[in-house]
Design a protein around this ligand. Structure first.
Ligand SMILES: NC(=O)c1ccc[n+]([C@@H]2O[C@H](COP(=O)([O-])OP(=O)(O)OC[C@H]3O[C@@H](n4cnc5c(N)ncnc54)[C@H](OP(=O)(O)O)[C@@H]3O)[C@@H](O)[C@H]2O)c1
Length: 338
């Protein structure tokens, strides 16, 4: 069984599965049965942490498509898994309801129905919309926790000031921000804040949208429909070429540890922080199992220090973050790096 970690009160496997790609974001999706089987196999090898969102599926299918798949795959083992999902809140729908709480609850009820459950373990605000008070969302999440409808809540793509204010209203279980060897911005403030305040940190795109696996090359053709990689600046040909030194570092350590590049990139962040639980995404069962296997790749302190020093000596070219951000102020933090 895989080692466990804590996201505040939630006990999860050290690595989770990002389920988005089964419905959204990385081009053509597998057959439904394949996706369901892949999630069940991940559970069988010890993964209990599955990440989805109400919006996944909206481009090719419909919002909720991914939650339905996760529900079909895992409702038979519901009590043994930790399900994380996310909501977006628009100002007009908040205005149409009597309160932020009512608006949040109506999203939650719809997600629970699709997931085939009567509670969600970890409910994230997917993006902060500056026209909707996040303080009121935080208070609403507290009420939902009190009612037993969610076990914990979180924020995604959040900066440290917003996080601290939200945490003061209702303690946050986990932050889900972009974090990988190519996107280390959260090391400055957000992750240290989370470590200090017993908040879990769940990196999304931990393999840098596949780049760190070494399998994406300048010849890789991204798909026409619903493939986020077409818009990820780090995956422009010039950046793929310029970031090769990072792949060389990974390749050295992969050889040393008899592991894959993707596994080393995950083992690195697990070693670095005790509260980090990455959710790599893949629509391919073998790769899902490979990524979960990174929990067994243990770096010694010395190996980690060498890896860290080698990474710090590399310049990262291009970034990904801003394409993931809708709110103005936090979005500008990423844009400055262009
Ligand atoms: N909170 C947010 O705003 C947010 C944003 C984005 C994502 N997420 C969540 O985070 C999860 C992970 O993020 P992500 O999918 O964007 O990025 P990721 O995990 O860094 O990368 C996914 C890409 O890498 C490839 N890949 C994965 N493992 C591989 C391996 N071992 N070898 C070779 N290629 C591999 C996948 O291809 P194949 O599918 O072909 O294997 C896919 O193209 C998502 O599933 C989603 O749940 C959250």
């Amino acid at each position: 069984m895989m080692q466990k970690r804590k996201l505040r009160d939630l006990e999860v496997s050290a690595i989770g599965v990002g389920c988005m790609g089964f419905s959204h974001g990385y081009g053509k999706v597998p057959e439904t049965e394949y996706s369901i089987n892949a999630m069940r196999k991940a559970f069988e090898v010890g993964c209990n942490f599955f990440d989805t969102a109400e919006v996944y599926g909206d481009v090719v299918f419909y919002p909720g498509h991914n939650e339905e798949l996760v529900g079909k795959a895992l409702s038979s083992v519901r009590k043994d898994v930790v399900l994380a999902t996310k909501l977006h809140l628009r100002p007009d729908e908040v205005a149409a309801r009597s309160s932020v709480y009512d608006a949040v609850k109506s999203h939650l009820v719809a997600s629970m129905k699709r997931l085939g459950t009567d509670y969600v373990d970890l409910y994230y605000l997917h993006r902060i919309n500056e026209e909707v008070s996040f303080e009121e969302v935080a208070a609403a999440m507290g009420r939902l926790i009190d009612k037993g409808l969610i076990r914990g809540w979180g924020l995604s793509q959040v900066d440290v000031e917003t996080l601290a204010k939200a945490h003061a209203i209702t303690p946050v279980s986990a932050v889900q921000n972009i974090y990988s060897m190519l996107e280390r911005g959260c090391e400055a403030e957000v992750i240290p804040y989370c470590v200090e305040h017993n908040i879990g940190f769940v990196p999304f795109s931990p393999i840098a949208s596949g780049f760190l696996s070494g399998k994406v090359t300048v010849d890789t053709k991204f798909e026409e429909v619903d493939d986020v990689r077409k818009f990820v600046p780090q995956l422009k040909k010039e950046n793929i070429t310029a970031n090769q030194p990072i792949l060389d570092v990974l390749a050295d350590f992969s050889k040393l540890k008899n592991a894959t590049n993707a596994q080393i990139s995950l083992a690195w962040m697990l070693h670095k922080y005790p509260n980090v639980v990455p959710i790599p995404g893949s629509k391919n069962l073998e790769r899902i199992l490979e990524n979960l296997g990174a929990a067994d790749v243990t770096l010694t302190d010395n190996e980690f220090a060498q890896l860290e020093a080698a990474l710090n000596a590399c310049t990262v070219h291009g970034h990904r973050g801003f394409v993931e951000t809708e709110q103005h102020t936090f979005g500008n933090n990423w844009k400055k790096k262009e």
